[in-house]
Design a protein around this ligand. Sequence first.
Ligand code: SF4
Length: 346
Amino acid sequence: MRADVELDIGRKTFASGLLPELIAVLRRSRPGDLIGVVSDEQSLGPELETWCRFTGNPLVETTSENRRARWVFRCGAVAEPAGVPAEDDRPVGSRLWLYTNFDCNLHCDYCCVRSSPTAPRRELGLARIQRIAREAAELRVKEIFVTGGEPFLLKDIGEILLACAAAAPTTVLTNGMLFTGRRAESLRGLPRDRIVLQISLDSATPELHDLHRGPGTWARTREGIQRARALRFRVRLAATVSTDAEADAFRQFLDEETIAAEDRVIRRIALRGSAAEGVAVSRVDLVPEVTITADGVYWHPVGAEDADLLVTREIFPLSGSFAAVRRAVEREGEHAHKLARIFNCA
Ligand code: SF4
């Protein structure tokens, strides 16, 4: 991860002059700046992490190379974008996210889980999803979100969505480009009152969307939106943006299209996965939303393959997964700098 400031502290520790250096670098930095700390002392990690939590400067990455450790922390909180409605914190377990496969027909340059046509498929699989859905219903999950990579690459996506929709109202996140042939058929049989299609569209015109997602993708997504509406699905439009100006422009487009407030999502690019630029986030920044992948249970869908957001490898029983996330929340204590409004994935 690229940092705005690099601090090589050699063998310094908190007992030998590190603190004044950290204070000095914070004084020179602006909120949101990333500060890299390189050290010969790998054992400094726990103390530095404690200092980061205590001072409200979240640790966002830990790496090590050639026997040197590098930590990146963010200077303070990130300004929340203007015009995004406040949301109350949701109880852990009210929302459940499922990553169905990870591979994708697109290769977006900011994909937070590195999905692409060449990403290995890591499938939850229909049988596991059916069990998750049954147990989710028993646990009174209020909403299920299904994401891919691109879920409509899966032959059994229709059955997957039927199982989820039987358990709770379900939103499926898609780039909307595959609603033809057998995939269109799999859509036809789904309950319109239980399933929302959340389609990614980053801008009102092709330039910005195609820049991140590939030439011609904006036009094909627009066609997909029309197809979904023609099939009488409720469609939510979701944009991933870099700046307030991009968010404002998209909001204006949504106004012109008379898209209802509940069918709009605008979120920032997170510095995770394939993204080279974006907002660096750590666990303490994100309101937890239980997220299940083929590899385990994660804290939040942004970064659902990153070790720092992994809660447990054990998916079942689902009540155990939820309990593990709740215990992790208790350990995190007071989240003073939540960025939920920026990373409102749905
Ligand atoms: S952002 Fe969505 S559409 Fe783009 S590569 Fe990732 S999963 Fe696929």
